[in-house]
Design a binder for this molecule. Structure first.
Ligand code: ARG
Length: 281
């Protein structure tokens, strides 16, 4: 037989257990939604685009902090055609491709050169811009070709195709290669005399030299530099987004909006230039 005392003991334990359980449950339970709130419509997916916005005229920040440039306009126009919503997020170049792996970014649009090595770890859109490396030196420099940089101090942006080209020429172990986290930083160092030359994408070097007459720079081109093409980078296997963006790029090339954006940043559109040079033959 259960004594009263024993019964109360058991009941007490049980009651305490129930209270604890109830507390635990209460903490886990989410706050109830207000009854009057209408269910929110499913928001359209906004694709996050990573870009190192220190690369004018392709991507940079204006006085208002907005990310602007050729790449931005091309991808916005292509995305609009493809019915894809995009949002650009400034992202440091170093580690920029890891953000695709981690799922923090859906695309990288950052004047990214399509290379065989990169193709192993990511997928690319169709090319949307032709580029090559270009050398910036002081006006007084004797450098006349790429090979002249062999014994000089050369600034590059870490992990770019410019870095690759210079590493190949000067050697992996060379202490004359000065690596910077951005291309403008490398160019500032050239102005300060800390390096003898900077190697980077032609569009960016040309833009910087034109906009910094006080730096007293000149550019040196060389046919040694292999042709490069920019593409949008995707996480490997994201063929759905890749196909949509390819469709968008094709659409803006077909309807003239690509040529318009090109002309705004670089003068005559590539098709017009090609036609002009064909006509002069
Ligand atoms: N085209 C070069 C590369 O892919 C440099 C790109 C750097 N882009 C930038 N936004 N910093 O390696």
């Amino acid at each position: 037989m259960l004594t009263t005392r024993r019964f109360l003991q058991l009941a007490g334990i049980t009651a305490a257990t129930l209270v604890l359980a109830a507390c635990g449950k209460k903490e886990e339970a989410p706050a109830p939604a207000p009854v009057a709130a209408a269910p929110a419509p499913a928001p359209a997916k906004v694709y996050v685009v990573g870009t190192d916005a220190a690369y004018a005229p392709f991507e940079s920040q204006n006085e208002k902090g907005e990310i602007v440039g050729f790449d931005i306009e091309v991808v916005q126009a292509a995305a609009a055609k493809a019915g894809v919503e995009v949002k650009f997020v400034n992202t440091p170049w170093e580690g920029i491709f890891n953000t695709l792996q981690q799922g923090d970014r859906d695309m990288i649009v950052s004047a990214v050169t399509i290379t065989d090595e990169r193709k192993q770890t990511m997928d690319f859109s169709d090319p949307y811009f032709d580029a090559a490396q270009l050398i910036a030196v002081k006006e007084t420099s004797k450098v006349a070709k790429f090979a002249d940089l062999k014994k000089l101090k050369v600034g590059v942006q870490t992990g770019t195709t410019g870095d690759e080209a210079v590493t190949k020429l000067l050697g992996k172990a060379s202490t004359n290669i000065k690596r910077f986290e951005s291309t403008p930083l490398a160019l500032k160092e050239l102005e300060a005399g800390g390096v003898d030359a900077v190697v980077a994408d032609n569009g960016v070097i040309a833009h910087y030299v034109a906009n910094n007459p006080g730096g007293k720079f000149k550019t040196v081109s060389d046919k040694e530099f292999v042709p490069e093409q920019y593409g949008i980078a995707f996480k490997k296997g994201n063929t759905e987004l890749q196909a949509k963006m390819n469709q968008g790029l094709a659409a803006i090339k077909a309807d003239g909006s690509y040529a318009q954006i090109f002309a705004k940043y670089f003068g005559a559109p590539p098709a017009a230039k090609a036609a002009a040079s064909a006509a002069s033959k």
